[in-house]
Structure formats: structure tokens, C-alpha cells
Design a protein around this ligand. Structure first.
Ligand code: GRF
Length: 198
């Protein structure tokens, strides 16, 4: 299942890919931390079950973590994909599920919620995206895949993020499909997808 907080174009790419039986993965549900986002509308249009678990509806972060964990568990996913989910996942979720995240920068550079604007402000000439497993830190888990994206003269945050997202959606779809079909292994900081390149 997929966790989102915004437009859901990565989610859309995963739902489109899962329409092909050979892809090997299915989006069983979509969870969000807020209402009224385009990503939830995308899921509903595709007939995928959705749920919203808002931090503000719970007296503590621990109780939000517990409620989110229960909402995810109800759909019995093999693993969870965080695609633009803008909350730090708590220990209950991370102990119960493997969560793969996509980040619009080449970790460990520019972790956190403002990676694209910070990369631009820094003046990097090459950025990219990272698909990684989530651990207890913020954008610090084992890297599964990365791909570079050039920064063009005249880029602003929107144009650069859009160029990153084109690569990111393709990378995430590829990684999630292989995880679903062949599994993965983690040895220390090294995550490896199953079944070597065909
Ligand atoms: C993605 O670039 C993701 O890496 C970042 O937020 C964006 C979400 O985009 N955390 P979308 O909602 O999938 O269109």
C-alpha cells in the first residue's frame, strides 16, 4: 500500500503499472495524513480503498502512530510505499512493516522536507532521487536505488522538482515491481533487490 500527503503522481505511476498483471504488485490501499489532496482523488477514481489518519486527531504522536499502524494492517500489505508522505513514521509502523520511501535528492545530501529548494539554493549542478528503506532516522535508511538528474540554468523549485519526479516515478515503479516479484535483502546499510538484473 501507498502513503501520500499531496498530488500523488508517484502513486498514479504505481497504480498505472499495477494494471499490468506481469508487474507483480498491486496497490491494495492508499493512506494519507490529510484530507482534500489530489492523491486521494486519484485513488478513489481508480477504485482503490483509502484512509486518512490525521496527527491532529490524536492526543499524542504515539497514538497517531498506533492508529496509522492499525489502518495499514487492516489492508495486510506485503510492504508499504511512502511517496510524498510528509510525516515521520513512528516506531510501531516501522516495526510492523517494511517501508520504502522516495526522496527527491541524492541522499545523504539534502534530507528532509525541503530537498529540492535546498539543492537549488546550494547551487548543485547534479541532483537526483533516492529510493530507500525507512529506518528510525529521517531519510537515513539503506539506499535501494538512485538516479541523477541535471539542474538546468533558470530552474526554479517547480521545474527542477518536475524533472526529478519524471525520473523518480520510473525508478520507484521499477523498484516496487522487483520488490514485489523477487523480494529484497538488507545487510547492514546495504539493501539489495532480489533476482539479479535479467
Ligand atoms: C516526490 O518528489 C517525493 O519524493 C517528495 O514529494 C513528492 C511527492 O510527489 N517527498 P507526488 O505527490 O507523488 O506527486
Amino acid at each position: 500500500m501507498v502513503l501520500i500527503s499531496g498530488s500523488g503522481t508517484n502513486l498514479q505511476a504505481l497504480m498505472d503499472a499495477s494494471a499490468d498483471e506481469a508487474y507483480g504488485a498491486e496497490v491494495v490501499a492508499v493512506g494519507a495524513d490529510r484530507d482534500g489532496i489530489e492523491g486521494l482523488a486519484r485513488a478513489r477514481r481508480a477504485g482503490v480503498p483509502t484512509f486518512v489518519v490525521k496527527l491532529g486527531d490524536h492526543p499524542s504522536r504515539a497514538e497517531w502512530d498506533e492508529a496509522l499502524c492499525a489502518a495499514i494492517a487492516a489492508h495486510r500489505p506485503d510492504f508499504v510505499v511512502s511517496a510524498g508522505f510528509m510525516k515521520i513514521l513512528g516506531p510501531q509502523v516501522l516495526q510492523a512493516f517494511s517501508v520504502v520511501n522516495t526522496h527527491p535528492a541524492l541522499l545523504p545530501s539534502f534530507p528532509g522536507a525541503h530537498a529540492v529548494s535546498e539543492s537549488l539554493a546550494y547551487g548543485v549542478r547534479v541532483t537526483g532521487c533516492t529510493v530507500h528503506l525507512i529506518d528510525a532516522g529521517v531519510d537515513t535508511g539503506p539506499v535501494i536505488a538512485q538516479e541523477t538528474v541535471p539542474v538546468e540554468d533558470g530552474d526554479d523549485e517547480e521545474t527542477l522538482h518536475e524533472r526529478i519526479k519524471i525520473v523518480e516515478r520510473r525508478l520507484l515503479v521499477e523498484v516496487v515491481g522487483r520488490m514485489a516479484r523477487y523480494g529484497w535483502t538488507v545487510t547492514g546499510r546495504h539493501a539489495r533487490l532480489g533476482r539479479p538484473e535479467d
